[in-house]
Design a protein around this ligand. Structure first.
Ligand SMILES: [Ca+2]
Length: 574
């Protein structure tokens, strides 16, 4: 506790200094360079690392079997948030992450590619950031930070909504939701074109030895080196595209896991459940969510199917392992240039693991059969250039253990993911925080650590005030902030959820739910196994009313026809 108290006092003291400095600067009318330089010596750098579609229990610190020593190391030096919540999809989570507001309010309520007719043209579902939000990068840049990003963007394609238009001084961005991780730029979705930009200019060709994770890591390291030419702090957003499908990884990374998953997804889920209990992340009386009945049991697969599926999980593990090694490369670089201790490092996943099979992308575009003919998905080639594979719902079930369902769903498996925050300096010992926190909390946290306030206007437009809460009190060791009493709401593809304290209602169509509100006490039942709606009809009504208010204030509109993840799956397919 002494270490926490000391760091708390240090940070609080520093925060006071910033406020005084800001007041002095405001009184002078302009920021004198000398004053800003003095301030910059104290302001922390920010490194925000986001994994794409990584499940709750994939990382070692969260119960996984994959080698993630660097992610585990951050958890050992910082705060591991075990009840972190996001939107169930990539773009929506990124919208909230960079604006501090609900994803509908940010314009990122869903993918425009799959919007229903009645959602088209509606600001909440436009699929790019609205004009009346301001990003974390814009505010930090305005406050004198250097800013860079590399990796997945997914927040718009027009000049205003490319990284440079949204506050990033340096960027290398994949504008799409996903694409091949290799130089070939093969599309994931039939009919879509892969688009990369560097500093907002189109990149037509990638280096022949391009691999996404390596390249994005290099880009961020280069930008940090460029920024150290002066004393200004930096904000770097390392937005990995791993382990999103198509599954691609370097051969050596895949080889480390050869044979590791031959026991299948049911065995893996059981193994992870046991480790989660050992780590204290799942109580003895808490049950993991069982494999959905529409997902095949491992022993129902043919020998050939098992061989292929084992390889897919080896590639997925290789992607995460290699991403962790790459994170290690950035951390070592920060140590080498004496910036590690003065850098706040955030690691998170943007949503739960993906159940989506490559063939399911047929529903999203073009001539599927011809499109898939271009890939070589032989056992030898899976994970290499020219292949296009996925983990499917079986492995996604194991990856989300002990939670229910996956990416795309407002069940806990879609919206509860890992978050680690290593403050500047070190807490000296690992801290687990089980306070329910939300992706909108990260922007106010980072702004507070940087001594920056959100203005009421940006570019002459009134901006949506941040809805999240700063987590600085929690980082400082306070476990009972007043705002803990708040409610949280979700909507995705017409599927809804609302949470108050331990109670959560959610409404999913069959076979994912029962089409009506289901109620769970997540303190007792984090896996959403026991629906207690029938025992508490009044509570269901109260929470449903809470959801309606959430939906109205965030401009939620349900699709008039089932879209994307809300569509039923044919039984026996998986
Ligand atoms: Ca994602």
């Amino acid at each position: 506790m002494r270490a926490i108290e000391a760091s708390k006092m240090k940070r609080r003291g520093t925060a006071v200094l910033w406020v005084v400095a800001a007041a002095v600067l405001a009184a002078c009318g302009a920021a004198p360079d000398a004053a800003r330089q003095n301030e910059d010596l104290r302001r922390p750098n920010i490194l925000l690392i986001v994994a794409d579609d990584m499940g709750f229990s994939d990382a070692g610190a969260f119960g996984g079997e994959m080698a993630t020593p660097n992610i585990n190391g951050l958890a050992a030096e910082g705060v591991m948030f075990t009840e972190f919540h996001v939107a169930p999809n990539c773009g929506p989570t990124r919208g909230s992450l960079l604006t501090g507001v609900d994803y509908h309010r940010a314009g990122m309520g869903g993918n425009p590619e799959v919007a229903a007719d009645n959602q088209k043209g509606v600001p909440a579902y436009q699929g790019f950031l609205r004009d009346d939000v301001v990003t974390l990068a814009e505010l930090l840049q305005e406050a004198g930070y250097h800013t860079s990003m590399a990796g997945k963007w997914h927040l718009g394609h027009d000049a205003r909504n490319l990284p440079g238009g949204r506050g990033f001084e340096r960027s290398f961005a994949l504008l799409n939701g996903a694409a091949s991780h290799w130089a070939d730029q093969a599309a994931l979705i039939p009919g879509s074109k892969t688009r990369y930009t560097k500093d907002d200019q189109p990149v037509d060709e990638l280096p022949v030895d391009f691999y996404s994770t390596t390249h994005h890591t290099n880009q961020v390291i280069e930008s940090i080196d460029e920024f150290t030419a002066d004393d200004r702090p930096f904000f770097s957003y390392l937005s990995y595209t791993a382990p999103h499908n198509p599954l691609h990884a370097p051969d050596e990374a895949i080889a480390k896991y050869r044979g590791r998953y031959d026991g299948g997804w049911d065995a893996l889920a059981a193994e992870r459940t046991a480790r989660l209990r050992e780590l204290g992340l799942l109580g003895e009386s808490q049950k993991p969510h069982p494999r959905p009945e529409w997902v095949l049991a491992w022993d129902q697969l043919t020998t050939e199917q098992r061989a292929a599926r084992s390889r897919d999980m080896e590639v997925y593990a290789g992607m995460i392992d290699y991403m962790d090694q790459s994170i290690g490369r950035v951390l070592q670089h920060l140590r080498d240039i004496y910036q590690y201790d003065n850098t706040v490092i955030v690691f998170m996943s943007d949503n739960g693991p993906s159940k989506t099979a490559i063939l399911d992308y047929i529903a999203l575009g073009g001539e599927a059969a011809e499109f898939f003919d271009q890939f070589d998905n032989s056992l030898e080639n899976r994970g290499r250039p020219g292949s296009s594979t996925d983990i499917g719902p079986g492995w996604a079930y194991a990856s989300a253990t002990p939670l229910r369902l996956f990416k795309g769903y407002v069940a806990q498996g879609g919206i509860r993911v890992p978050l680690i925050v290593k403050p500047a300096g070190s807490l000296g010992q690992a801290q687990h925080v089980d306070t329910v926190v939300h992706v909108t909390d990260l922007m106010p946290t980072i702004l507070e650590l940087a001594g920056v306030q959100q203005p009421t206007q940006w570019n002459g437009v009134d901006v949506a005030p941040i809805q999240g809460q700063s987590l600085v009190e929690l980082l400082d060791g306070d476990r009972d902030p007043e705002w803990m009493e708040r409610d949280l709401g979700w909507e995705a593809y017409g599927m809804d959820a609302y949470r108050r304290g331990p109670w959560k209602v959610l409404r999913l169509p069959p076979p994912y739910g029962n089409g009506d509100w289901q109620l769970y006490n997540l303190d007792k039942d984090p896996g959403e196994v026991q629906d207690v709606a029938a025992q508490h009809p009044d509570l269901v009504q109260e929470l449903a009313a809470g959801w309606t208010a959430y939906a109205e204030s965030n401009e939620v509109i349900h699709p008039e026809t089932p879209v994307a993840y809300a569509r039923p799956v044919p039984k026996g397919k998986y």
